[in-house]
Design a protein around this ligand. Sequence first.
Ligand code: GMT
Length: 377
Amino acid sequence: MKIAIVCYPTFGGSGVVATELGLELAKKGHEIHFITYKQPVRLSLLNPSIHFHEVNVPNYPLFHYQPYELALSSKLVDMAKLHQIDVLHVHYAIPHAYAGYMAKKMLEEDGIFIPMITTLHGTDITLVGNHPFYKTAVTFSINQSDFVTSVSHSLKEDTYRLFDIKKDIHVIPNFIEIDENKHSDTSQVCQRSVLANSNERIITHISNFRKVKRIPDVIQTFYRIQKEIPSKLMMVGEGPEKIHAEKLCDELGISDKVIFFGNSNDIEQILKYSDLFLLPSETESFGLAALEAMAFKVPVISSNSGGIPEVNKEGVSGYLSNVGDIDEMSKNAIKILKDDAVLHQFKESAFQVAKKYDISTIMPLYEDLYNQAIQLT
Ligand code: GMT
């Protein structure tokens, strides 16, 4: 099949899922065309079945806002014709489903029908899409998709609750490539001793440092943990809350115990040495970062909001608390970290839970949908 994938090329959930999906589909022999404004961060073009088509938006001073949707839909039409695309798969509704719909309509003028699958990722529904300024167009473009998927049951329910959606929403959870050995592969450059002393536990948080991630809760939880257990906190990612987080660490006198890494393509190097992952978010449709941690045998202390309980299992892969309950989060973290045997048990169980989301289990669900989609042509 020839599949066009539209996504955000940046660090973070939806772009990573779209990129990993495309790479895996290419391995299975499909021809994949990524169409976006920059080469996705995890995309390597060393596979002849993978193509990247850049959407250029010329900067014209008349436009207060440069018309990305227009450039994207034109590019979609051109690439669909040039490469005889069979299926269009857009990740993140805004504005991709809208641009995809316009492309479909333009292609129909030339007698070409291409089915469109829209995958909802979270903030396109819960934070951004639900805004009154966008809601009408987001509802319309979701309803015009031939198939709609969401990454969790929680997001599916949110979508039906917040929008007037007439389509069935298929839940296809996010996935991870499970490798039995990668958490113990210490052949790479980063050594544990660079991150922490041998008697210290390593605690990690990875995100885009936006308000929804409740970064102060990460710091306050760590503050309580490190009083009881020698430990270091790894903060990976970039975003508007980072500067406040650095200030808070300074105020609490723990700056020497917290390392801020910025965005990284090498999260594996940190996760493989981590003992605990913190995800106290206000909401998460899924919490891909938690799953990535669990795949490295890292238990998770998280909030219980959105789709997180579908991924992090209470008392098995970690613990879940109400949003903002940093007292309970730190007590649970200490419970896991203070005893080697307990930590070992949680690490193994986290890995077992992560295995359910192995890419080899989830990928066929997308392939099945693509097959259903091409039956429509
Ligand atoms: O976490 C973010 O804010 C980034 C956002 C995105 O659009 O990439 O992540 C969303 O999609 C991920 C992949 O499906 C999910 O794992 C995240 O939980 C979701 N984020 C939120 O719902 C806040």
